[in-house]
Each structure stands twice: as structure tokens, then as C-alpha cells.
Design a protein around this ligand. Structure first.
Ligand code: NAP
Length: 482
């Protein structure tokens, strides 16, 4: 079992108190590197979720809103507490998710960055006035907190994803009911144990865990929850749209991706290969922004494939708590089996393995080696579906028009990347790609300073940047006649 000063209370947190009325009903949390159960956490009953919403309702202040300065202080305090605890939260994150400890600490820094950004820009949420001619009315625009929000996050960034949402929700003055993924509740408990010491109003942040169906039902149906902010699969996102339609709830949805990574023949191939390694293998390839289809111009395909294989063959796979490990285990068996299925399918349909292992050599456990397959086409599962693992599928292209069409040949529109030395071409390709993020000569992903989100089936709304800061407020206009 995991021991940590930040895990003294393995329970939910409601109304400023650690709360467990699950009556011994728990679910197991595993270390994917060892397969061991490292904690048991409560599967909270429906009444707890209702209590969490009620606590949020009590914390919501409409007629006497929390001043901007107060909200700024909450954000700064959380930022500082995250920084102070980066190593321990990173360790807990590594043990339940599998990503290397160092990478886990980097994720804590990333999370702190969102609180910092919202603290520095919170003034943008202040009311402002607009004179109206010729009626001589003065209009005041207020940014009101939308209300109690449900924040539902996935396991792939156990602290990063909640930071994006909670920073903006707190900046707006919105209380929240937070549900972590069932694979990674411990990072969230650790986060709550540091927030518990910061003197936030009771009920401002509430933690619930357990069956997604129970929690989702309350959050979708409760009249006092006007907004859900969800990061996860498009499949669940679609369900939330249907289940909240009756009440016309606001939804912020960060959903799946199927990122094209396009390498033209004039690109710096070493830089393109280095960026692909950093982009693709972060979190073991289990990120929504990681390259999922690599399109390489036919003239440089062999050279690029060699550069990639050379780099991949130097990577170390292992327990993320060990020094020198680049890639940890995949998070669970279902994730492992999906990557294996994609590899088998690609090889059966004519793909060529240039780095990694044959499917029957993969062995036991959740460790999947970094793998490169050439000769991929649109009939393969790895082209059509989000693989969510360390498989690099490479396809060929000849013309700019062809590759824009191929890049867009997916229902998703989250992240994409283009590598070319030609600035005009980069601008044309970026404009043609229906993706919320287009990296030009970089594989970098979201950052606190910039709005990030998906087009098409990759979601609705933006997180980060000023756009993200405004996600949890509603503009209210008050024109004054005399
Ligand atoms: P998931 O299965 O959709 O789960 C995400 C969260 O939703 C978990 O907390 C899950 O709880 C919960 N959930 C499941 N069913 C629910 C329901 N009916 N009502 C309410 N909540 C429900 O996704 P995942 O497999 O954890 O995450 C991977 C997906 O997230 C990928 O598709 C990835 O691309 C996407 N993602 C997108 C972004 C982005 O910024 N667009 C960022 C990261 C990840 P349980 O864990 O208890 O099932």
C-alpha cells in the first residue's frame, strides 16, 4: 500500500471536510508498473454526490461575490502549494499512472502554471462599462459565476487536467464538484489535502469518487449544476450532451484526438524526429495531443524512418520510479490490448515493423516498447482510431493538397503538426487543417497562456488563455437608464 503524508485521508471531501459514508464500499487503485493494489478508496453513494452539490450551492455567492482579490489569493496559494509539493505529488502520480516520476513532477509544474495564469489575468473578469449613443444609457457588463460546476477528468494527466478547469472555475467564483478518473484518484486526494490547508470557503471545492454512472447521473440531472466541464473520450462526451440537453446545461468538452504529424521534404528531419519523440512518448503515448498518424513525404520517408528508429531504440521502458526510464507502463490492460490490436492489424495489412517488437514477443505486464511501423494506410485501425500508446504509424504522401485532405480525414480536430521550412506553405496547411492546435516545426502541446481545445468531435470550448478564463462566467448586461 502506498504511504504518503498527503494520503492520510483516503476519502471524499465535501463542504470542507473529509467525508466517507460509503459504508466500506471501495474500489482498488493499482500501480500499473507492478500490478499491485496500492490503495482502496470509497465508491461514494448517490447521497454523497447530492451533498457535494449542496455544499457547493452554500459556497456560491451571487449578491455579495467573492472579491477579485480574494479569488486571486486562492489561485496564488494553490499555485504555491503545488510547487511546494511537486515531488510528492509527482511520486503519487507516477505510482498510480505509471509515467516517470520526473515527468509527473513536470506535470505538477504545468498544473501550477494554470493557477498562476488565472491569478495574473483575473482582472479581465472585472465589470466594465460601455456608453451607448444616442440613448445615453450606460451599460455595465458583469461576469457572473455560472454556478456550481461538475468537473470530470481523465487519468492521463491526473493533476494537469483538473488544474485547467479548477483555476478558471475559482477565478470565476464557481464552486465545484470534482470527479477524478477511477485509475488515478490518489493524485486528486493529495491535491485536496494541500487545498484543505489553504482556507478556501467550505464547499468551494468538493471531491467525489466512485461509479461514473452514479456521479454522472447526479451532475447531469441536478438543477443546481448549470455547467459540466469534462475531459475524456468523445463517446462519454456525447452521452453528456444527450443527458444534459433537457436542462440546456453549459458544457465544456475536451475530447479525443487523432493528430496528424506532417513532415514535408524540406523539413529539418532531425528536429522533426526529436519533436516527434518528445510529443509521441510523453505519458507513454497516452495523451490526446500526441501524433497518431505520421505523414511523411515520400522523398524523405526512408531517411526519416531511420532517424526515428535510431532514437526509439535508445529509449528505456520500465518502472517510472527508476532513474533513466523514458516510458512507463500503460495504465491498464484494456489500454495495452488496444495498442497491441493496432499493431497486429497494421502488420496483418502490410505494415512493416521498423522498431519495437512483434505482437507475440510483447510478454506479460503493461510495458509496451516504443514501436514504429511504416507503410500505414487509411484501412488500418491505427489510422482510424486514437491508439493511446507508444505506436508510431507512418504513412506516405506526395502533395500538399493530398496531405491536408488526409490530415482532415477523421472526425477529430484537436492537435496537428506540420514540419516544413516554407513559411507560406505552413500558413496554407495550418489554415486548411480543421484542428484547434497546429504546431509548425514544433510538437509542443497546450500551455497556460494560450487557448486550447478541439474542433469537430474533439470538443466544445477552450481551456487556457483568456478564452479559458472566461469559460465559467456568464456575461450579464445592466444598462442604466437614469
Ligand atoms: P473516459 O472513459 O471518457 O473517462 C473520462 C472521465 O469520465 C473519467 O473520470 C470517467 O470515470 C468519467 N466518466 C465515464 N463515464 C461517465 C459518465 N457516464 N458520466 C460521467 N463521467 C463519466 O476517458 P479516458 O479513457 O479516461 O481518457 C482518455 C480520453 O480522454 C481520450 O480519448 C483522450 O483523447 C481524451 N483526452 C482529451 C483531452 C483534451 O484536452 N481534449 C485531454 C486528455 C484526454 P471513470 O474513470 O470512473 O470511468
Amino acid at each position: 500500500m502506498i504511504e504518503s503524508p498527503l494520503l492520510q485521508n483516503l476519502t471524499g471531501y465535501i463542504g470542507g471536510r473529509w467525508t466517507d459514508s460509503a459504508g466500506g464500499s471501495t474500489f482498488d487503485v493499482y500501480n500499473p508498473a507492478t500490478g499491485e493494489v496500492i490503495a482502496k478508496v470509497p465508491s461514494m453513494p448517490e447521497q454523497d454526490i447530492l451533498d457535494a452539490v449542496e455544499a457547493g450551492k452554500q459556497a456560491l455567492r451571487l449578491t455579495n461575490p467573492y472579491p477579485l482579490e480574494t479569488r486571486r489569493k486562492w489561485l496564488e496559494d494553490i499555485r504555491d502549494a503545488l510547487k511546494d509539493n511537486r515531488e510528492e505529488i509527482g511520486r503519487i502520480l507516477c505510482m498510480e499512472h505509471g509515467k516517470p516520476w520526473k515527468e509527473g513532477q513536470g506535470e505538477v509544474d504545468y498544473a501550477a502554471g494554470f493557477f498562476d495564469y488565472c491569478a495574473r489575468h483575473i482582472q479581465a473578469l472585472d465589470a466594465h462599462t460601455i456608453p451607448e449613443k444616442p440613448k445615453d444609457c450606460t451599460w455595465t457588463v458583469h461576469y457572473r459565476p455560472i454556478g456550481v460546476t461538475g468537473l470530470i477528468v481523465p487519468w492521463n494527466f491526473p493533476i494537469g487536467m483538473i488544474a485547467k478547469k479548477l483555476s478558471a472555475a475559482l477565478a470565476a467564483g464557481c464552486p465545484s464538484v470534482i470527479k477524478p478518473a477511477s485509475e488515478t484518484p490518489l493524485t486528486m486526494i493529495a491535491f485536496f489535502s494541500i487545498m484543505d490547508k489553504l482556507g478556501l470557503p467550505d464547499g468551494m471545492v468538493n471531491l467525489v469518487m466512485g461509479k461514473a454512472s452514479v456521479i454522472g447521473k447526479v451532475l447531469c440531472e441536478h438543477k443546481d449544476v448549470p455547467m459540466l466541464s469534462f475531459t475524456g473520450s468523445t463517446e462519454v462526451g456525447r452521452k453528456l450532451i444527450v443527458d444534459t440537453a433537457e436542462q440546456v446545461k453549459k458544457l465544456s468538452l475536451e475530447l479525443g484526438g487523432n493528430a496528424p504529424y506532417i513532415v514535408f521534404d524540406d523539413a529539418d528531419l532531425d528536429a522533426a524526429a526529436d519533436n516527434l519523440i518528445a510529443n509521441k512518448f510523453r505519458g507513454g503515448g497516452q495523451t490526446c495531443v500526441c501524433a497518431n498518424r505520421i505523414f511523411v513525404h515520400e522523398k524523405v520517408a526512408d531517411a526519416f524512418g531511420e532517424k526515428l528508429a535510431e532514437r526509439v531504440n535508445k529509449m528505456t521502458v520500465g518502472d517510472g520510479m527508476n532513474d533513466g526510464v523514458d516510458i512507463g507502463p500503460l495504465v491498464n490492460k484494456a489500454g495495452f490490448d488496444k495498442v497491441k490490436r493496432h499493431l497486429e492489424d497494421a502488420l496483418a495489412k502490410g505494415g512493416k515493423l521498423v522498431a519495437g517488437k512483434q505482437p507475440d514477443e510483447l510478454g506479460e505486464g503493461l510495458f509496451f516498447p516504443p514501436t514504429v511501423v511504416q507503410g500505414v494506410d487509411r484501412n488500418m485501425a491505427c489510422y482510424q482510431e486514437e491508439t493511446f500508446g507508444p505506436l508510431v504509424p507512418m504513412a506516405l504522401f506526395r502533395t500538399e493538397e493530398e496531405v491536408i485532405e488526409a490530415g482532415n480525414d477523421t472526425e477529430f480536430g484537436l492537435a496537428s503538426y506540420v514540419f516544413t521550412a516554407d513559411a507560406e506553405r505552413a500558413q496554407r496547411v495550418a489554415a486548411g487543417l480543421r484542428f484547434g492546435h497546429v504546431g509548425w516545426n514544433t510538437g509542443t502541446g497546450p500551455t497556460p497562456e494560450a487557448p486550447f481545445g478541439g474542433m469537430k468531435a474533439s470538443g466544445i470550448g477552450r481551456e487556457g488563455g483568456l478564452e479559458g478564463l472566461f469559460e465559467f462566467v456568464e456575461a450579464q448586461t445592466v444598462p442604466r437608464g437614469f
